[in-house]
Ligand binder design. Sequence first.
Ligand SMILES: [Zn+2]
Length: 468
Amino acid sequence: MGFRKLSWSFLCASLFATGVAAQEPQVVHGGDERYKVDILEVVAHPDDEAFFTPYLARAIYGLHKRVAVVFSTQGGSGANHYARERGPALTNVREIEAREACARLGISLVWFLDGKDTASQDVLDSLSNWGHGANLERLVGLVRLTRPEIILTHFPGIFVGEDHGDHQATGVLATEAFDLAADPTVFPAQLSGTTKHRELYLSNLEPWQTKKIYYGSDANDGKQFDGTGPAYSVNEISPALKKSYARFAIDAALPHLTQGETGRLSKMSDAEIEKLLSDPDSAWWSEPSTLIFGKSVVGGKATDDLFAHIDEKPEKRRENPGRCRERPVAEGKGPRLELGGPWRFYEEFYPVHGLCALPIAKAPEIGIKTGADLVVPLVLLHEPSKPLVVKVTAALPEGWKVTAGVGKWQLPAEGSTSLPVHIETPTLSTEELKKETAREVRISAEVEGKPIGEVSLKVVLRTVALPQ
Ligand SMILES: [Zn+2]
């Protein structure tokens, strides 16, 4: 009995001595709410934020949504249309122009990845030149920091148009980040909690599942995307801004003085800008403008409003990653010919990332500068245990000429062999180009006199185009 009494008195004394019973719990900080956004816009170059600015103006000033922007490059290549600085100096200038443009939209959360402005239409060139992995890790970290409900980014795919490899690569990175930010096994150091009192290396972020992703395309023919997502008026007058969303977006683009097209705006009168906006041939955005639906982990359909169903709990993402668009596989196990390069990459990319509803060109297509070398990237899939002799032939429009890639080839003993065909295209005048229609290039292959496949590419010759 005496022992029990002694214990109780001792316990009480201990509690009072340490003061634990009287103290409020100490606070462990959660995620920083200043960086939580509704929309994360991920675009390639300074001034590319304009792909979505009329909608962003609507979201910010009409719906009171929070927006952050990630640029994947500082956009240093190309000419300086305002002053003499070029190259690395121009990247520093363009970063500030982009920050000023975003500030005019009401966006202060702006980050830049380390992508290098890459003048090519090939997404794989851009991803390689940027360092795909390090930039993806950084973007996943930014998704986990900003916790967006919606990502807006470039269309990952190939259409006749600007077809910028940097735009496509940005769309690829953003799509990957959409999936990977939610996966606790991806870049786990970003998610690891602090292990030391003053932690130096671990980010202490949380996994984050963005709900929806939408794309904007740089294709010439924007009409082909009608109905593939929600469409919003750009000419509607914003009650808060007292001007149209398009006009507000144009005004926000004025700081891009070093850029060709946007730099031109600062020299235009009010009336000239209004005329530019009202002319469907020169307007920057179609009326209404469609945001191309990529995918969603909540309910609803592709054309629903961006924020429809946004408060629903995300479906478990990895339950059915699905191969939603089966690759066309040739009958049997014999050798076969396929289109390679970026086209082959996207055939793998779409189903793996569940982009089941994405609009794609009816047939593979590309626009190149008249007189430029056209490259048709081929891949020959064959039996890996023995070498193979294959004959490649090309059927071309009149005046087009093969410079390399056709004839008989002995392929090494490997599962797939890349074999590009190079074609010289005619140099046409501006007048001739106006009458020019899309041409078809067909490449065939045969083994021991038997055909093993044919690849077709629709090619549009243009006055200017990025190198393929
Ligand atoms: Zn761009």
